[in-house]
Design a protein around this ligand. Structure first.
Ligand SMILES: Nc1c(/N=C/[C@@H](O)[C@H](O)[C@H](O)COP(=O)(O)O)[nH]c(=O)[nH]c1=O
Length: 363
């Protein structure tokens, strides 16, 4: 047995609650005494006990003299729950193993300092990269004060998202399409352009075999062309925010007031700039955004370089056609040197299809 073994379990617990702890990070914790696991836990929901509290509750008396593993530095400030650093001290543990420190500069290192001042041995950095990956949405939001953006495309082998006649359902297979819903569950909001609403009339809800959290639906719709009979308007299984430009009149907005779950966010500018949109979403505590296209919307996010993760599903079929749309439209980059350089994080078979996860190369 070693520290990595127990931290891997804590990371598995943290990964398992991805998407349900927002706006808090997903955290996992394991308590070990004489190489025996005596307690484990994860933060299940914002406002409820932190992972350490659950793990220490399970450990009971065995916590005394034990080691606690936690994927993120224990909190030292009074949030909606008392500080975990104080609880660890109170329960008289002897050692704390932390994967990564808190990115929030206000609290970073304070929990560690308090634990060390109380005489506990504190080791930091076991499985640090993995823990930062589990918290990537939360860390990005804290550091940049703007949502973590995942751009998703589903294309044929020749990069098309529809035929020249506009037919698109379906290009990728059942398994790949179900996989998309996992990302809907783990992101606070999902965004599409109004052309996708007009063409596909999507519901944009999370439909995995066991359900899942529905993301807030965001429609990029500069001139407010979202049809009143669209699913995103008539169905209230998730909030719908329609983002419009400053030329939309009160009269145009009035009919949408009949739908309580629909809100119109009017920006100061005539055409929606991605950066302005993201700021407005961050102000509404949207920490993560899943962009499902279409091509023009994807093009605007690419041009703004406002993408942290790219998920592409590729089906083994050729569609062709000069006029058939590809996954990223817009103006694009004239010079190769301006193209967005990526690192391929993973490439895996998904039934007959391929799923590729990529991230922009860190500059
Ligand atoms: N055409 C395809 C997709 N198309 C994605 C969007 O254009 C659809 O409007 C959206 O997924 C519909 O959302 P729903 O109503 O909630 O199911 N996405 C995919 O993964 N594979 C495809 O072959």
């Amino acid at each position: 047995m070693n520290d990595q073994y127990f931290m891997d379990l804590a990371l598995t617990l943290a990964k398992s609650v991805s998407g349900q702890t927002n706006p808090n990070p997903p955290v996992g914790s394991v308590v070990v005494k004489d190489s025996q696991i005596v307690g484990l836990g994860a933060h299940l929901k914002a406002g409820e006990p932190h992972a350490e509290v659950h793990a220490l509750q399970m450990a009971g008396e065995k916590a005394k003299g034990a080691t606690i593993y936690v994927t993120l530095e224990p909190c030292s400030h009074h949030g909606r729950t008392p500080p975990c650093a104080d609880l660890i001290i109170e329960k008289e543990l002897s050692r704390v193993v932390i994967a990564t420190t808190d990115p929030n500069e206000k609290v970073a290192g304070k929990g560690i300092e308090r634990l060390r001042n109380a005489g506990l041995q504190v080791d930091v950095g076991i499985r640090k990269e993995e823990a930062q990956h589990v918290n990537k949405q939360f860390f990005h939001f804290i550091e940049h004060k703007t949502p973590y953006v995942t751009l998703k495309s589903a294309t044929s082998l020749d990069g098309k998202i529809a035929t020249v006649s506009g037919e698109s359902q379906w290009i990728t297979n059942e398994e790949a399409r179900e996989d998309v819903h996992f990302y809907r569950h783990t992101h606070d909001a999902i965004l599409v352009g109004v052309n996708t609403v007009i063409k596909d009339n999507p519901s944009l809800t999370t439909r995995t075999p066991l359900g899942g959290k529905n993301p807030t639906r965001i429609i990029m719709d500069t001139h407010l062309r979202t049809p009143l009979d669209a699913n995103v308007v008539t169905k209230d299984d998730a909030p719908t925010w329609i983002v419009v430009g400053n030329q939309v009149s009160p009269e145009q907005k009035e009919p949408y007031l009949a739908y309580p779950h629909v809100e119109i966010i009017q920006l100061e500018e005539s055409s929606i700039q991605v950066k302005t949109l993201l700021k407005a979403l961050a102000n509404r505590k949207v920490m993560s955004l899943f962009v499902e296209g279409g091509a023009e919307v994807n093009g605007s996010f690419l041009k703004a370089r406002a993408v942290q993760q790219i998920i592409t599903y590729i089906a083994p079929k050729l569609i062709g056609g000069k006029g058939a749309p590809t996954s990223i439209g817009g103006d694009g980059f004239a010079n190769l040197s301006d193209s967005l350089e990526l690192s391929i994080i993973s490439a895996e078979k998904m039934g007959t299809d391929i799923k590729i996860i990529a991230e922009p190369k860190t500059i």
